[in-house]
Design a protein around this ligand. Structure first.
Ligand SMILES: Cc1cc2nc3c(=O)[nH]c(=O)nc-3n(C[C@H](O)[C@H](O)[C@H](O)COP(=O)(O)OP(=O)(O)OC[C@H]3O[C@@H](n4cnc5c(N)ncnc54)[C@H](O)[C@@H]3O)c2cc1C
Length: 320
């Protein structure tokens, strides 16, 4: 069976969920071969094997941390040359898209970015993209070279399927351009202790109805009671009430949690584009005509400052 390269997204060997999704999709078109760049390959390989990686091509090098993306492109290209895969799948992060694009140029292949699904086709893998604020769904196929595809988080539920996950050292020689842009400093973002927005099973989002940064703790308290991530509408972000990294929607992040709670959000198409595939949607809005109610599984017409704290207390009580 053909092999499919999957570039691993990990933090010091802890494999992130989008990679498990890529492995799940890769199995539809071939045998997944993971490419692990950085430390702790053996630890990562356990997880990668559980989700179907037959092999894990691993390389640790100072270059990956010291310079921007080019060393990783060199390594992914080395894996490509070694494997001759049927396709290359990369997570749709900012970094992932740059790596994928550079690889596609180097190997003379077509690239599809931000796919939300992928299936086998007679003439190669067929991808699905959600475009124009999710108003259209398109299906496309790379027609030149080996398909390079970046896949958005939450495209598919990860499914375990045990495979060998055998670690093999990947030989890479870094080109001259690898050291072209040096990372000169790093400042870790302060951790909130909450799950990552795109990976969270539950997301609680606040909009213009929250009416000020000083009121966002109302949203955060419900999120913490539920073990959820906090999201925000663009109106809330543009007003400076919450960081842009939490914006959900067309120009923010796409989330697809089990439960999405929207408080004080009207449900504009650009917001829906980032959350409408959530499994269960709940909205709290004081306007019964708000468009978000067309989308919800459960809607509460009411003032969020009355409803959300009660919900938080109820969740806490039930959790004991
Ligand atoms: C190109 C483009 C890209 C965009 N990208 C995004 C994006 O990525 N994400 C995004 O979110 N938006 C995006 N937008 C903006 C989008 O069109 C809306 O303007 C935005 O989503 C509105 O945010 P909101 O729902 O918080 O505010 P509003 O539309 O002002 O809605 C506020 C809601 O809160 C309710 N409310 C007020 N007070 C209370 C209360 N006390 N209790 C309960 N409910 C209350 C109101 O009834 C109202 O429904 C984009 C727009 C454009 C043009």
């Amino acid at each position: 069976m053909a092999e499919v390269l999957v570039l691993v997204d990990h933090v010091d060997g802890a494999v992130r969920k989008p990679t498990l999704e890529l492995l799940t999709l890769a199995r539809r078109i071939g045998d997944p071969v993971a490419v692990h760049l950085g430390p702790n390959a053996a630890e990562a390989a356990k997880t990668l094997g559980e989700y179907g990686a037959t092999r894990v091509l691993a390389r640790d090098a100072a270059e990956f941390a010291d310079y921007l993306v080019v060393p990783k492109v060199d390594a992914l290209q080395a894996a490509y040359d070694a494997v001759s895969p049927a396709a290359v799948l990369v997570p749709s992060s900012t970094e992932g898209k740059e790596i994928a694009a550079r690889l596609a140029v180097r190997i003379g292949s077509g690239i599809i970015t931000d796919a939300v699904d992928l299936e086998a086709g007679d003439e190669g893998p067929v991808t699905t993209q959600s475009v124009f604020a999710a108003a259209y769904t398109t299906k496309s196929r790379v027609t030149k070279g080996t398909p390079v595809v970046t896949v958005k988080p939450n495209a598919v539920a990860p499914e375990a399927a045990a495979a060998a996950g055998a670690v093999e050292e990947l030989a890479v020689s870094f080109g001259e351009s690898a050291s072209g842009t040096k990372v000169v400093s790093r400042t870790p973002r302060e951790s909130t202790g909450r799950p990552e927005l795109t990976e969270a099973a539950i997301v609680v989002s606040g909009g213009r109805g929250v009416n000020g940064a000083e009121n966002f703790p109302v949203i955060e308290a419900l999120a913490d009671a539920l073990g959820a991530a906090v999201g925000a509408s663009r109106a809330a972000v543009d007003a400076g009430w919450y960081p842009h990294s939490h914006q959900v929607g067309q120009t923010g992040k796409t989330v697809s949690p089990q439960l999405y709670i929207a408080a004080g959000i009207s449900g504009a198409i650009q917001h829906r584009a980032g959350m409408q595939t959530s499994k269960t949607i709940v909205a709290v809005n004081k306007d019964s005509e708000a468009p978000i109610f067309d989308l919800v599984d459960y809607g509460v017409v009411g003032d969020l400052f009355a409803v959300v704290p009660q919900l938080t207390e109820e969740v806490k009580t039930r959790k004991g």
